[in-house]
Ligand binder design. Structure first.
Ligand code: PMV
Length: 335
């Protein structure tokens, strides 16, 4: 079947990469606007991109991921995000969103970050919004908090801010490093980060100190970055990752994202340090472990971690950006 409107309409396409936080975001102070309880800091990866094409038109919004029409909650989230864009643009036109993820979705490799950063960038262009990087970060944040950081090149600090306009990510310089991603289990998570955050906030006795101590450690991280101090950056990142997982594990009912193999990988990283290879570990809301190392040590760290799972080495990568090559209409396209 041909769908003339879609075949002829302009297509706007963006590419974005996941980011891995060195100071973690865990918890919202405003669920609707996605304002965080504290600031955070991350590296945007140069691997595993999300590519998203937005085509305005049609009789309803539609979302295709990996060639398949998506229904239910993810489709509603995309449509809800398009509503934000439409409100900014003063438009009531529907859109078709075609997306492709290089990494497994919702596996703790921050696919929501690359997903909403790519969607924000492509949709803003499709609806004729001329947003600067800060405005794009604010928009992407409202899809998924960590997406605010995937708009930014290389290293990003997301300011908690006092309201929506002041809660955005911006670039900062940090010591050059590589992230050695060890995919321990790429299956979908049992508890989404959104639900995990709510449960932690509602039930952990350590919640209040988490928010205040994260702001403090973020300030230390910014100082270490400004001093180009890799050792300090790594030490803070590992400490903060352990703290986040300790916090999460203090919720009721308990939520635990790390698997036995994740702890074994953390132990191996500590052993590498004792042997003189300076590496530090972190992990998001899933069992995968990410080691941080200087570029010249990345291969040795990858080698030491390969028994725990598939390894990808990532360097600091570009923030979300428009590209000229659109994704094709999927075979399943219904118009
Ligand atoms: O933006 P979300 O809802 O995918 O939350 C991301 C939370 C962590 O990945 C665990 C931490 C972070 O700062 O990216």
């Amino acid at each position: 079947m041909t769908h003339d409107w879609a075949a002829q309409a302009p297509r706007f396409t963006a590419k974005a990469h996941p980011n891995i936080a060195l100071v973690k975001y865990w918890g919202k102070r405003d669920e609707k606007l996605i304002l965080p309880v504290a600031g955070s800091m991350s590296m945007t990866l140069d691997t595993v991109a999300t590519t998203t094409t937005v085509i305005k038109g049609g009789s309803a919004d539609a979302f295709y991921l990996g060639g398949e029409l998506v229904a239910g909650k993810p489709a509603a989230q995309v449509s809800g995000f398009l509503d934000l864009v439409r409100r900014l643009a003063g438009s009531d036109e529907h859109a078709t969103v075609i997306s492709h993820n290089d990494a497994p979705t919702a596996a703790g490799l921050a696919s929501s970050a690359s997903g909403f950063a790519a969607l924000a960038t492509a949709a803003a262009a499709a609806y004729g919004l001329e947003l600067n990087t800060r405005e794009l970060s604010i928009l992407a944040r409202q899809g998924s908090g960590s997406a605010s950081r995937s708009v930014i090149d290389k290293f990003a600090v997301w300011h908690a801010g006092t309201d929506s306009e002041t809660s955005y990510a911006e670039e900062l310089s940090a010591p050059d490093m590589r992230m050695i991603i060890c995919e321990i289990n790429a299956g979908p998570k049992l508890v989404s980060s959104r639900l995990g955050m709510q449960l932690t906030r509602d039930t952990s006795p350590f919640w209040n100190s988490w928010a205040s101590s994260t702001e403090e450690i973020l300030q230390e991280m910014l100082t270490a970055c400004a001093a180009d101090d890799f050792t300090k950056v790594g030490e803070i990142a590992e400490t903060h990752a352990y703290r986040m997982h300790a916090l999460i594990q203090s919720s009721r009912p308990v939520v635990r994202y790390l698997a036995p193999a994740s702890y074994a990988a953390f132990d191996r990283i500590a052993e590498l340090r004792r042997q003189g290879v300076e590496a530090y570990g972190t992990a998001d809301a899933g069992p995968n472990v990410v080691a941080i190392a200087r570029p010249e040590d990345a291969a040795a760290v990858a080698n030491a971690l390969q028994e725990f799972g598939k390894i990808t080495i990532a360097a600091p990568g570009p923030g979300a950006h428009l590209i000229t090559q659109p994704l094709p209409l999927p075979d399943a396209f219904e118009g």
